[in-house]
Ligand binder design. Sequence first.
Ligand SMILES: *Cc1c(COP(=O)(O)O)cnc(C)c1O
Length: 237
Amino acid sequence: MTDIALPESLAAARERLHVALENAGRPINDARLLAVSKTKPADMIRQAWQLGQREFGENYLQEALDKQAQLADLEGLVWHFIGPLQSNKTRAVAERFDWVHSVDRAKIARRLSEQRPTELPPLNVCIQVNMSGETSKSGVSLDELSQLASEIAGLPNLNLRGLMTIPAPTETLEAQRKPLAALREAFLQLKQAFPDAPLDTLSMGMSDDLEAAILEGATLVRLGTAIFGARGSASET
Ligand SMILES: *Cc1c(COP(=O)(O)O)cnc(C)c1O
């Protein structure tokens, strides 16, 4: 397990977000922190919860379900599924999560809507957009975005909340900002095209590009390493 002092690292992440928002001229409650807890034990999530963190992101279904079972006594947890999603996993995600950030196919969206239990509120979804071309296989292209958005907007048990991206890593702040600025532009266009959809979420910014993402309007940043420390092995990431 990683040697990280969670109280310090979580406080530092919150401070970093506040400073980034201030530097962007935005109110300090204008974006929130999603703690990405993949590969980290349930005890670390419990500790983060004790420190006031409520929203957690997970990538691997079985691992997430195991941790959810261990944390069933905690109140107010909000679970976000942020990893690639195959159709044979949609039912458990529809039943156990509050958000999915990685929707990039109509088939997946339809299954999530059909399988969402009716006693739960609609599942919140973001469409994952691929802003880096061939370096990533996940996500729709900007050309395909509007088509998928209209499919999702017509599904009864999903709320289309926004867009998510994982850009290819780049070095400079300016280079980081470019794809994020393009996603923001696509988000603004989407809001105009779908005025009835509850579009309020721009899910972008990770441990290495939080500042760029906040400058470009991110409303939810997904921090793993910065909060929980490095992830063990390459196969875990
Ligand atoms: C792992 C992961 C993160 C967190 O990445 P860090 O660089 O550790 O902050 C964010 N978003 C997604 C989709 C991830 O898979």
